[in-house]
Design a protein around this ligand. Structure first.
Ligand code: TYD
Ligand code: MG
Length: 457
C-alpha cells in the first residue's frame, strides 16, 4: 500500500471529535482528558471502495415521483428480535448492537445465526476462537448448514472471504476488534472503529446485505468509542439487564425503519436465550402464602403492557435517620410518595425504614406504578395482605390526587387477560376510555384516602 508520510490526528475518546492538536478539554462534549493522538494515513486509491460498484449515478428527482418498492424484510427466527427491528430485518441495513460485557450479545447473535434457515449467514468473530464459538453453539444446540463462522479481524480479509462466500447476512463480533490497513492506528481506537464501520456501511448499502455490528459499551453505558457510530448506522439496539437476574431486555434506541418503542424480553438459560412471550406472567410470583407488602402495578414498556410486582418493607428505624432504599424505582419519587402518605393519610412514616423493590430486576420509570407503590407500602406498614387478584394503574400527585394515565385500555385488557378481578384506576381516566364490557371490576378512585378505605376498610 502506498503510504504518504505518517499523519496523526487527535480524537476525543468520548465523542469522537477530531482535533489538529492536543487540548485538555473536548469542546464538543466538554469532557476533560479524553483527547489522544492516533496515527492515521491516507488510504491508497485502490482501497476497498474500488471493490464494490461505486459508479452508480444518482440524479436529483422529485420526491413525489420516487416509487416505493416494497422491500421484503428478512424474517428472523423468533418474534422478539423481529418486533424490535420493526417487523423484520431490512436488507442493506447496518445494525449496531450494544450491551455490557457478558450480557449475552454474542449468544443472541449466534443463536439467531444458528436458527435462521434458508439464508446464508456469516458470523465473523474477532473475540473468540472457532473452538470457543463451536462450544457456545453446542450449548445453544442448533445445527444450521447455512451458518458460516470466520475468525478474522482485518476488514480487507473479511471482504475477501465475503466475495467468495456471498453471505446474505453478516454479523461482526465485535466492531472494536476489527482493523483496516487503510489506517495505522490500533484496533479499538476511534479512527479504526470509524473507518471499519464506514467500510462495512459501504458494503451493506452497495450489496444490500444487512450487517449486525456488536459493539462494546463504556462504563457509563454508551456504545464505546464514538457517538458518531450511532449516527452512521440505521438501527441501534441495546441489550440490558442485571447480570444476576436471568431477564434481558432488548431495546431499540434508534431505528430508521421502525418504531423505537418496542421491547423484547429474554431469559438467559443454560442453553442460550429463551424468548419470553408473556412477560407479565413471569414477573408476578404466584405464591400461595398471603404476604403483606406486595402490590401489582400495570405499566407499559414501549407499546407493551406489563404487570409487575412491587414489594415494600416498612419497619421501625433502628437508628436515628430512617433508611430509604429502592431497587428498580426512583428514590426521589419514593420520598415524594412517602411525603404524600404522611401529609394526606396521616401515616407516621418519618421514623420508619422503607425498602422498595421491583421484582425481576426491572427498572421502571413509568409514573403509573405510583399507586401500586403506595399500596405496597401501606400494606406492609399495616401488615394487611392485598389480594393477589387486585392490581393498580395510576399516577399519584402531590396533593394525594390519583391522576389519569395514558393507554389505560391496553393496561386493563392485559390485567383482565391475566385473570385479575379488580383494577384501581383514576376517576379521570373514565372519559377517554373505550366502552367495552370488561369482566374485570374497575374501581375509579380520585384520592389516596379512597384507595386506602377500599383496601383496608
Ligand atoms: P456472551 O454472549 O458471551 O456475552 P457478550 O457477548 O455480551 O459479552 O454471554 C456470556 C454469558 O452468558 C456468560 O456469562 C454465560 C452466559 N451463558 C448462559 O448462561 N447460557 C448459555 O447458553 C450461554 C451461551 C451463555
Ligand atoms: Mg461477546
Amino acid at each position: 500500500m502506498a503510504k504518504t508520510k505518517v499523519k496523526t490526528t487527535f480524537f476525543c475518546q468520548n465523542c469522537g471529535a477530531q482535533y489538529d492538536k492536543w487540548v485538555g478539554k473536548c469542546t464538543a462534549c466538554n469532557e476533560w482528558n479524553t483527547i489522544s493522538e492516533e496515527v492515521i494515513s491516507k488510504p491508497s486509491p485502490n482501497d476497498v471502495k474500488a471493490t464494490f460498484n461505486t459508479n452508480r449515478t444518482n440524479k436529483p428527482q422529485q420526491l413525489d415521483n420516487v416509487k416505493l418498492s416494497e422491500i421484503p424484510r428478512i424474517k428472523l427466527p423468533g418474534t422478539e428480535l423481529n418486533r424490535v427491528l420493526g417487523g423484520g430485518l431490512v436488507p442493506g441495513s447496518l445494525i449496531l448492537f450494544g450491551g455490557d460485557p457478558g450480557i449475552g450479545k454474542s449468544t443472541l447473535m449466534l443463536q439467531m445465526s444458528l436458527r435462521l434457515k434458508g439464508h446464508k449467514i456469516l458470523y465473523v468473530t474477532g473475540e473468540e476462537s472457532e473452538q470457543q464459538t463451536k462450544m457456545r453453539a453446542d450449548r445453544i444446540g442448533n445445527k444450521n448448514p447455512d451458518c458460516f463462522i470466520l475468525t478474522e479481524t482485518s476488514t480487507q480479509n473479511i471482504f475477501h472471504h465475503i466475495k467468495e462466500l456471498q453471505p446474505e447476512i453478516l454479523v461482526i463480533d465485535s466492531i472494536q476488534t476489527l482493523h483496516t490497513t487503510n489506517i495505522d492506528s490500533s484496533p479499538g481506537s476511534i479512527s479504526q472503529v470509524r473507518e471499519c464501520t464506514s467500510e462495512l456501511m459501504r458494503y451493506a448499502k452497495e450489496t444490500n446485505t444487512p450487517v449486525f455490528l456488536i459493539g462494546h459499551i463504556t462504563k457509563d453505558g454508551h456504545i464505546a468509542g464514538p457517538k458518531i457510530l450511532e449516527h452512521m448506522v440505521d438501527v441501534v439496539l441495546q441489550f440490558e439487564g442485571d447480570r444476576n437476574h436471568i431477564y434481558r431486555l432488548l431495546r431499540s434506541i434508534k431505528n430508521r425503519s421502525g418504531s423505537t418503542n418496542e421491547l423484547g424480553i429474554y431469559e438467559m438459560h443454560g442453553a442460550g436465550l429463551r424468548e419470553v412471550d408473556n412477560p407479565s406472567e413471569i414477573l408476578i410470583s404466584n405464591k400461595d402464602e398471603q404476604l403483606s407488602g406486595t402490590a401489582i402495578g400495570a405499566t407499559m414498556e414501549g407499546n407493551r403492557p406489563l404487570l409487575i410486582e412491587i414489594q415494600a418493607l416498612v419497619s421501625s428505624a433502628a437508628y436515628g435517620t430512617p433508611q430509604r432504599s429502592t431497587t428498580g424505582f426512583d428514590g426521589k419519587r419514593l420520598n415524594m410518595l412517602l411525603a404524600v402518605l404522611e401529609k394526606r393519610c396521616g401515616f407516621r412514616l418519618a421514623t420508619k425504614d422503607v425498602f422498595l423493590n421491583i421484582a425481576g430486576g426491572l427498572k421502571v420509570n413509568d409514573p403509573s406504578i405510583d399507586l401500586a407503590v403506595i399500596s405496597a407500602i401501606l400494606s406492609s406498614s399495616e401488615d394487611i395482605y392485598i389480594g393477589s387478584n387486585i392490581c393498580f394503574s395510576a399516577e399519584v400527585g402531590l396533593s394525594g390526587e390519583i391522576r389519569p394515565i395514558s393507554r389505560i385500555d391496553q393496561r386493563i385488557m392485559e390485567a383482565e387477560k391475566l385473570g385479575f378481578d379488580k383494577i384501581f384506576i383514576s376517576k379521570y381516566n373514565k372519559k377517554g376510555m373505550a366502552e367495552i364490557n370488561h369482566k374485570i371490576e374497575i374501581v375509579f378512585v380520585s384520592k389516596v384516602e379512597e384507595v386506602f378505605r377500599h383496601l383496608f376498610g
